[in-house]
Design a protein around this ligand. Sequence first.
Ligand SMILES: [Zn+2]
Length: 299
Amino acid sequence: MKIEGEREQVRDEAFFCRKRKKENTMRKLIAVLVLLLFLPALSLAGLQVHFLDVGQGDCTIVLCDGEAMVIDGGPAASSQFVYSYVKNTLGLRHIDCMIATHPHLDHIYGLSAILNAAPVDLILTPVMEWDSKAFQSMLKYADAQGTVLSVPEEGDVLSLGSAEVTILHCWPEAVDYGRTNDASIVVRVDYGNKSFVITGDAEDWSEYMMIESGRNLKADVLRVSHHGSSTGSTMEFLQAVKPELAVISVGSDNRYGHPHQEVLERLREAGANVLRTDELGTIIMDCDGEIIDIRVSGR
Ligand SMILES: [Zn+2]
C-alpha cells in the first residue's frame, strides 16, 4: 500500500448511467438474492465491499487484488462475529490498512478483535489518543505488532490493489467543538467506473465542508452516515453524491430511532435504493469495475 499526494480525479460520468430501477423491482431483486447461497468471499475477482451486520455500529471491509482494508470494527456485542468473519469467513492473513473513522465505541470496539484476527500494517485515525478502554486496547495491540498509526490529510490517495482510496474528510479539530462525529474519516473508493463513499458518522458540518472542497463526491454507492441519523445526509450532500444504492448499517429497534424517517425520505427523493443491515444482514457488493452485484446473508 502506498499513499500518494492529492491528485485530480477526472471521471467519465457517462459510465455511471445505468438505469435506476424502480424501488419495487429492487425489493424483488433483494428477495431473490436473500435466497442465494452465501458464496465463499474470496472466490471472485475484482473489488468486494462487505458491509457487516454488526447491529448498531459499523464495520466495512474492502478487498481488492489480495489486499484488504477494514473501515471500523463495530460495537462490543459483535466483536466475536467480526473476529470470526475476518479470520474464518474471509480467511484474511494480513490487513493492509485499518481506518478508525472516529473513536466512538460502536465503530472502534471491534478493532481490537480484528487486530487479533490478522496483523495490520497501518491504522488511520483522526485522533492519536482517546480516553476509553477500547481505544487503549486498540493502541496496545497495534503497538505489539508494530503497526503504524497516522492521521491522514484530506486529499491523500491510497492504493488498495488496483482500487484507489481517497480521503475526502478528516477533521481532528471537530473534537474541540464537541462534534466528535464530524472528526470522521470519510473515504471514496474508486474501482474501474464504479465508486463507493463511506462516511463514518460524519454530520452536516462535514458534508458542507466536503461540498466546499470541490472534490468529486459522485458515487454509485453511499454508506449512509451515522446509521441514517438526521444529523447527516443533507439533501445538498445527497445531490452531490447522487448514489444509486444507499447502505445503512443499523441495529434493529435501536434506542436512537435510526434510521430517521426524514433521511429515508431524502434518500428516496435523491433516487437512491436503500439497503439496511437490520433488514438484510451482512451486505456484500462484488464489483468488476462496470457492474455491482449484491449478495446478502439474510437474518
Ligand atoms: Zn456510529
